[in-house]
Design a protein around this ligand. Structure first.
Ligand code: MN
Length: 713
């Protein structure tokens, strides 16, 4: 067990100005909090955080990180809270301990290593301060070192698999090679003890036979390079059983053919020295083709730089040699922690403090030129824009940042999305628009009565959710339009004295390129096909169908519907009368007649825009007025422009209000659609201006209708 003063001494060795007080207080606090708790080994629990702190001193980490390591299990496993840690140790350590605690909680939630890649991203994304991740890795390392004490074989397997699939790759990604290799080897011993044992035995056999082979090769490499006047440092080692195993699998070769179970490092002064040493070694030893790699000109994504080569070494063994400078060596050994240097006894974190590591890591990634590496880098950047959340069963769902409960529900399943009414986020009931954060556990509440709402479209962040909502609303609108179209067609039948039947419509579907009567009704309802066209197709002799409405643009003064016998005073007797379609004059409007040769009089409202073109031909104007004494015309058409909220039921409300006010929609045309609104014009059959005014007033009083205007010109 490391004693309190030993820990402080270890930190002071690399940071003379260390804040000893904070280390001492964290030591005492953690020891008191963990009290009599025991580890599976029977040791006092406090030994664990202490060992974790000890591991991190090897990486020369600052006092805050070491204190965090001492405190890392207090929130999760004792009665203390993040607030208390913050109060006692300040906001920085509070934040770090909180970060480690959150990672630990997530670890407990998910045992699905299938999602290892997502999980690694989650851990990285949550470790905004990379020191959180370093503490977590050291924590995992110590737990792996003591995994043998866990009684349950199943639990040991789970932890080992998680270590292999998540933590070792994470350590690799941030360049912590030593931690990576140790984690891998400890996990390997759990996951495949037989394979590991046979490799260890074989290594022992080679060692026995070859004597101190590694030492002899190191000596010879040193001598060869010294002869060339180079000041170098050489180390050699056997590769770890797991890395040998992986190579055996990857290359599909047996242990006998495996060349480089020994790796040697040559550390030189400068980058040119690296290439010079390479030249010397290649000149002296036969090189193994295909083994040379230049990670100096093209660093690995985690910042690793070195020259690698394979040669038949001085003892006629195939060996791997890595050549690098001292700086490169630090990065290779310590990863991101190598950038945390103590100049003048102060961490030279520069502005942005501890975030410098992460930034530098990203910069290193940015400089990667290999497409594969670039891809990895892109992924890393991408998931800064992602959040990762859990289902109650622990499945991990990855979503874009800003995603809501509705997005989550759709990501789980389309049906779940369609029917969601709310959700519990970390056990608390929250509204659907709630934006999710990393690590949230989301329990979606559904109801069979629920359907997607157009309102959701305003806050969802995923394409999947948006597409489903739109599709649903479109299909719903379509059924509303179909109902409208059917009733319009029904009226047209009645007007001509025919009995309406859906069967009759089915006979003419092909002529309108429709699959079903429903399709055709929807087209009528949307104003794309006139009901009289359909009627004309069903009963060819009945009456000439009205021209198609779509694209029809009533030009100024152009005569349209002819309705002789309409009570208008001031006309020349026998003159045909037409109502202008630009302004749709109604009894009650002030009107004027325009003589159109060969057609008769066209009636406009006095304020119709079309009249301005006719101002220079005063002889064509006739002074006319409605004849109040005569019978009111049965059917006049008023055109109105509406802005209707794009939501369920708004079209239904529109038709209901018009029907209640004894109006009758004879035509409807969507002018513009947005996610929020529809803009449309509708023609309403009314008796007179007053009637139309009533209809408009009623529409204005309808909540889902935002604006109503009579169309003039
Ligand atoms: Mn722990």
């Amino acid at each position: 067990m490391i004693r309190q003063y030993e820990l402080v001494e270890k930190v002071r060795a690399y940071d003379p100005d260390v804040d000893e007080d904070v280390l001492n207080r964290a030591y005492i606090f953690s020891m008191k909090m963990h009290g009599t708790q025991k580890r599976a080994s029977g040791d006092p629990y406090f030994l664990h955080p202490l060992e974790v702190a000890g591991i991190l001193t090897r990486y020369r980490l600052d006092a805050q990180t070491i204190a965090t390591a001492l405190l890392h299990d207090t929130v999760e496993d004792t009665l203390t809270t993040v607030e208390e840690i913050e109060r006692v140790f300040g906001p920085d350590i509070g934040r770090l301990v909180d970060g480690v605690t959150k990672l630990s909680r997530i670890e407990l939630q998910s045992d699905q290593t299938k999602q290892a890649e997502n999980f690694r991203k989650l851990l990285l994304a949550m470790s905004a301060d990379i020191r959180v991740l370093l503490v977590k890795l050291a924590d995992r390392l110590h737990n792996m070192r003591t995994i043998g004490y866990i009684a349950s074989a199943e639990k040991r397997q789970r932890i080992a698999r998680e270590t292999m699939e998540i933590y070792a790759p994470l350590a690799e990604r941030i360049g912590m090679r030593q931690i990576q290799e140790e984690l891998e080897d400890l996990a390997f011993a759990q996951l495949n003890p037989e394979a590991r044992a046979s490799i260890v035995t074989r290594l022992q056999f080679l060692r026995d036979r070859g004597g101190s082979l590694v030492t002899r090769i190191v000596d010879q490499i040193k001598r060869v390079l010294a002869e060339d006047g180079m000041d170098i440092w050489v180390s050699g080692r056997e590769k770890s059983p797991y890395s040998i195993w992986r190579k055996m699998q990857r290359k599909n070769v047996g242990f006998e053919q495996l060349s480089d179970i020994m790796a040697f490092r040559v550390v030189v002064g400068t980058v040119p020295d690296c290439y010079r040493a390479l030249g010397v070694l290649h000149g002296r030893y036969p090189l193994v083709p295909g083994r040379f790699k230049d990670y100096i000109s093209t660093p690995k994504p985690n910042g690793y730089r070195s020259l690698h080569t394979g040669v038949i070494g001085p003892e006629q063994q195939r060996i791997e040699i890595q050549i690098r400078t001292g700086d490169m060596h630090d990065v290779a050994e310590f990863g991101v922690a190598a950038h945390w240097s103590y100049k003048d006894g102060r961490p030279s974190a520069g502005e942005g403090g501890s975030y410098r590591w992460l930034r530098e890591l990203l910069e290193l990634l940015e400089n990667a030129s290999d497409p594969q590496e670039f891809l990895e880098h892109t992924k890393l950047e991408l998931f800064q824009d992602q959040v990762f959340c859990f289902t109650p069963k622990g499945a991990l769902i990855s979503l874009p940042r800003g995603a809501t409960i509705v997005d989550f529900a759709y990501a789980v399943h389309s049906e779940v999305g369609d029917r969601c009414v709310g959700g519990k986020v970390n056990g608390r009931m929250m509204p659907l628009r709630t934006q999710l954060a990393n690590g949230d556990q989301v329990d979606v509440i559904t109801s069979k009565a629920q359907t997607p709402s157009p309102l959701w479209e305003r806050f969802v962040a995923t394409g999947k959710a948006r597409a489903r909502i739109r599709r649903f609303i479109r299909s719903q609108q379509r059924s509303q339009f179909a109902a409208l179209g059917r009733s319009m067609l029904q009226k047209a039948f009645q007007a001509e004295g025919y009995e309406f039947a859906d069967k009759a419509v089915e006979n003419v579907l092909r002529g309108f390129k429709c699959q079903s009567a429903e399709d055709l009704y929807a087209l009528i309802g949307e104003g794309q096909v006139g009901e009289r066209q359909v009627l004309g197709a069903i009963f060819p002799g009945s009456r000439p169908p009205a021209p198609p409405r779509r694209g029809e643009k009533p030009a100024g003064g152009k005569p349209a519907s002819s309705q002789p016998g309409i009570p208008i005073k001031g006309l020349i007797p026998g003159m045909a009368v037409h109502y202008a379609e630009c302004c749709h004059p109604l009894p009650g409007d002030r009107i004027v007649g325009i003589v159109v040769p060969g057609r008769g009089a066209v009636i406009h409202t006095i304020d119709c825009d079309a009249l301005s073109e006719l101002g220079e031909q005063p002889d064509r104007w006739i002074d006319v007025a409605w004849d109040a004494a005569s019978d009111p015309p049965s059917q006049m058409v008023g055109r109105i422009h509406l802005v209707v909220a794009n939501e369920t039921g708004s079209l239904g409300a529109l038709t209901t209000v018009i029907a209640k006010n004894e109006g009758n929609i004879s035509n409807l045309k969507i002018v513009n659609r947005t996610p929020q609104f529809w803009e449309m014009t509708i023609d309403v059959e009314v008796r007179n201006l007053k009637h139309l005014t009533n209809v408009i007033a009623a529409l204005r009083a309808t909540p889902s209708i935002n604006a109503v205007e009579r169309v003039r010109g």
